[in-house]
Design a protein around this ligand. Sequence first.
Ligand code: TYD
Length: 139
Amino acid sequence: MKNSTVDDCKIIDIRRYSDSRGYLSVVENGIDIPFDIKRIYYLYMVPEVARGAHAHKQLQQLLIATSGSMDVIMDDGQEKKTFHLDRPWKGLLIPPGLWRDLENFSGGAVLMCLASEKYDAEDYIRDYDEFLKYKGVKE
Ligand code: TYD
């Protein structure tokens, strides 16, 4: 989606069930998110570095800080928006065509990603100038 913007990113409340035994959250295909989940991966034991730094042409994602916190900086080539993820019942829905940087992981943080497609290196844009051209922001 070449014309997606940072305003198309959405924080959603993930269903949660709680009782005296604690909390349980669930994400189900066709009910809680607008795409079918084909892949799950998660980042953990992240040192004081930035990750991400890429965009996807087709991939849709839901990011959840299942533990700890981190910042997800979304960028459409014209505007940036920072989402601080720090609750396991909050998810950041990311449409295709946006650059993301992941920063400020707290100790012990785990970032889980539910993805609409299997891994495809061809779907990545890893060069920021190339991203700006893809978005039509730069010649
Ligand atoms: P990378 O894309 O560099 O991580 P980041 O999300 O921080 O940009 O991925 C790190 C390595 O993991 C890279 O060698 C590709 C591999 N990888 C897979 O094989 N499958 C996957 O689903 C993902 C997300 C990464």
